[in-house]
Design a binder for this molecule. Sequence first.
Ligand code: AHM
Ligand code: MG
Length: 330
Amino acid sequence: MSGLVETDIVTLSRFILAEQSKVPGASGEFTLLLNSLQFAFKSIAYNIRRATLINLMGLAGASNSTGDDQKKLDVIGDEIFINAMRASKNVKVVVSEEQEDPILFSGNGRYCVVCDPIDGSSNLDAGVSVGTIFGIYRVKEGSEGTVDDVLRPGTEMVAAGYTMYGASANLVLTTGSGVNGFTLDNSLGEFILTHPNMKIPNKRSIYSVNEGNSQYWDEKTRGYFESLKFPKDGSKPYSARYIGSMVADVHRTLLYGGMFAYPADSKSKNGKLRILYEGFPMAFLMEQAGGLATDGKRRMMEIVPTTIHQRTPVWLGSKGEIEKAMEALK
Ligand code: AHM
Ligand code: MG
């Protein structure tokens, strides 16, 4: 620091280089992959920012692998992401929410990337924060790169995170040793380490859930949320916060504490969110920040997915809050 100007800034690239230099035998491929990912995030951030100006809002006229209407930006985000992964030469398998099948690349890549290129896109036209969620696996020893390389529990992910496109672009990343947050400096074109070693508060009286689904919930789920609003012990009721954009809801939960849930219900028996590229990355981050993530019954990270777009109920957040919820749901 010289006067008021920071002259020794930790950029994401510098941070990853420093982290990888501690890994014996690291080849530099992961660092290169992170560079390609960064480029995708910057590019998506740039396009979201100018979307209204260049007529990118609204529907593209197609639906994605799971039948949702695709937004123009969904299609663009997906293309940016896949092209960046192809160009990196370090990736063998890409799974995207927008693509029915996994995309397989030739070459000697050692990584698989699962992603939701623009999550929460139903919020886009209203200018609400959306985000890219991603998880990274290493290709299995001896594998040529197939779907089996990603049908693995979250515990086998080597890195995961999200970039939230809000007032600024915020990248939150774990490589399995804590959680670090970076903010995009648009002038420098660099993600700067602004939130080192993020920890989620152990408790906070905030719940985040789509309560419009209450009538489809089972009795225990309904009873649990009722108990937060009408506490029997005379304590203050919980506050409700729900944006409807997972990245933004999880980001707030990580910073302030509390609980985010998308429970199973009678119309979505397995919940709405996808385990591979929504559940696992957020669960990985939460655990690394000192929080918990479950599907309502078991630790999320240990579930073994059998299909790439598999859905899961989600309960994640502060350790104290999730333990309390799990006790009530038993
Ligand atoms: P998407 O992947 O089609 O954008 O859907 C996922 C989003 C999440 O960001 C958010 O948590 C959830 O859907 C909101 O769903 P709902 O509108 O049912 O509350
Ligand atoms: Mg999504």
